[in-house]
Design a protein around this ligand. Structure first.
Ligand code: TLP
Length: 342
């Protein structure tokens, strides 16, 4: 089976499992898990922040960042197709009690002008803007990478209005490898930065929230407990994260090359529409137009052929490359897609 549904489907390698089995552990709620502590130090240093907090998922990382920085009844500026809006079960409203102010970006990317226009005036009637959240890479935008200059311009606007910024960097290292901009250079524009260990980096679970502010870190830690995300001997998971940070960042370039190659192959298949130039990292969105197969029938037929992809719209599919997909599997996936559409 060639599983292109997401980079979340990777399984820990034997050497990652070995690192997990050897992990020294303790009770992390007492701050006594040496492996969690080490992961938090290494992760914070990697993004140039003073401290980081280990959380079970990217969703929790985003939600704690919102909860800790935006009081209920305040507004958070987000791009209209971001993960926080689409895929977090309304947690921003249900748990943080904040209102999301959507800005329609281009391939998921907002401009500084759009963000500035969305910041509410400080008058007695208007809801108050508490936070700006940016997703890099932008998942539904196509795995797109924010140009550093755009982030700098948004940051200038945010600073002028004294609004903090959060980075949903679930795939921050895909952006780093694709752009050559360091994680710290991206991260220094944000009060909170989340990044996932369990996507392209190949760990079975876990994300980090990094920040420079000790007061904010304490709030994040309290809300992590409130939200049920504080764990005990989680060093077993942290060991997988440490392994992932050490071994699996630079190799993301392979996933990006595989995604480009798949896009080039798909472009040649009648019935498939994709522009390989839009593929910047490890995600491809392509349209399928067939007068014989509906999209669900296409996805089901492809499964029969041993390829898994996700349908994400009336005609649109998403394929994601990752460390369990080889160059050979990319060619096989393209062959099988062509066969099904024939
Ligand atoms: N994305 C998953 C699904 O939830 C859609 C995927 O398969 O792409 N931020 C971004 C940008 C994400 O893409 C995801 C996961 C998350 C946050 C949440 O991470 P988890 O799944 O660990 O809660």
């Amino acid at each position: 089976m060639i599983d292109l549904r997401s980079d979340t489907v990777t399984k820990p390698s034997p050497s990652m499992r070995e690192a997990m089995a050897r992990a020294e552990v303790g009770d992390d709620i007492y701050g006594e898990d040496p492996t969690v502590n080490r992961l938090q130090e290494v992760g914070a240093a990697l993004v140039g922040k003073r401290a980081a907090l280990f959380v079970p998922s990217g969703t929790l990382g985003n939600q704690l960042s919102l909860r800790a920085q935006a009081e209920p009844g305040r507004e958070v500026i987000v791009e209209g197709r971001c993960h926080i809006i689409r895929y977090e079960q309304g947690a921003a409203a249900a748990l943080a009690g904040v209102q999301l102010h959507w800005v329609t970006g281009t391939q998921g990317l907002m401009t500084a002008e759009q963000v500035e226009a969305a910041i509410r005036p400080k008058d007695p009637y208007s809801i108050q803007t508490a936070l700006i959240s940016i997703e890099n890479t932008h998942n539904a935008g196509g795995g797109t990478v924010y140009p550093l200059s755009t982030i700098q311009a948004i940051h200038a606007v945010a600073s002028a209005h004294q609004v903090p910024m959060h980075l949903d960097g679930a795939r921050l290292f895909n952006a780093v490898v694709a752009s050559g901009v360091s994680a710290a250079e991206y991260a220094r524009h944000f009060e909170t930065v989340t990044f996932c260990l369990s996507k392209g980096l190949g760990a079975p679970a876990g994300s980090l929230i990094a920040t420079d502010d000790p007061g904010l870190l304490e709030r994040l830690r309290r809300f992590r407990r409130m939200y049920g995300g504080a764990m005990r001997q989680s060093g077993i998971l942290a060991a997988a994260g440490l392994y992932a940070l050490k071994h699996n960042i630079q190799r993301l370039a392979e996933d990006h090359a595989h995604a480009k190659r798949l896009a080039t192959r798909l472009q040649q298949i009648p019935g498939v529409a994709i522009d390989p130039a839009t593929v910047e990292t490890n995600m491809l969105f392509f349209e399928v137009h067939s007068n014989k197969l509906s999209l669900p029938a296409f996805v089901a037929a492809l499964k029969q052929e041993g390829v898994l992809i996700n349908a994400v719209g009336a005609h649109t599919c998403r394929a994601v490359t990752h460390l369990d997909v080889s160059a050979e599997m990319i060619e096989q996936a393209a062959d099988r897609i062509a066969r099904v559409l024939k």
